[in-house]
Design a protein around this ligand. Structure first.
Ligand code: HEM
Length: 165
């Protein structure tokens, strides 16, 4: 997507600045109704000087490199520690999430998930993201839970990403 090369970061985005850039790594997925799986992942957060970040994500099968899930969105800073995230997914679902950012920790809960007539049923989504540092440098970790296909809120994804190209 686009990136504001020399544009100053909007001051409202200061608590989210640690997300900026491209991250790569691996994740693991589970759900009561499916077989567990591993995936490779690349995520890019960019800005254009306005009070939101763009979010582009793609995943692939670790062995074959074949594309898996991907999603696109915008993360808005809406004052104090409040954030809002909208996401579009290729399988006919959109999420609107609200939450907080504190000390590099994002906590997002869906207010609404809207699905197309042929999409799988998704009732609610919870996304937790942290950006910290360890001995190897910055690390982005996330957990995603969902209430979907008749199951209650249950863990689906966890991944660990490092700065990429
Ligand atoms: C890293 C991103 C993701 C990967 C790699 C991934 C991968 C998978 C895989 C391999 C399956 C099982 C096969 C299939 O039904 O296609 C699956 C099922 C599913 N995923 Fe994900 N997924 C991702 C993100 C998401 C997100 C963000 C949501 C919803 C917010 C979601 C919702 C679902 C649902 C509803 C199912 C169907 C479960 C069932 O049919 O029993 N996934 N996912």
């Amino acid at each position: 997507m686009w990136q504001a090369a020399r544009m100053d970061l909007h001051p409202a985005l200061a608590p989210l600045a640690g997300l900026l850039g491209t991250w790569r790594g691996t994740g693991h997925g589970v759900y009561p109704t499916i077989d567990p799986f591993d995936y490779g992942e690349e995520v890019t957060f960019a800005h254009v000087g306005k009070p939101f970040l763009s979010y582009v994500q793609r995943t692939w099968e670790p062995d074959s490199g074949a594309p898996m899930h991907s999603e696109l969105g915008f993360l808005r800073a809406t004052g104090a520690d409040r954030v809002e995230l909208v996401i579009a997914q290729p399988f006919g679902a959109t999420e609107a999430l609200v939450g907080t950012v504190e000390d590099g920790r994002l906590r997002l809960r869906s207010q609404a998930v809207v699905t197309t007539p042929t999409a799988k049923r998704i009732d609610a989504v919870e996304r937790d993201v942290t950006v910290t540092r360890d001995a190897q440098g910055p690390v982005l970790r996330y957990d995603l839970r969902m209430a979907a296909v008749g199951e209650p809120m249950t863990h689906h994804l966890a991944a660990e990403l490092r700065p990429g190209d």
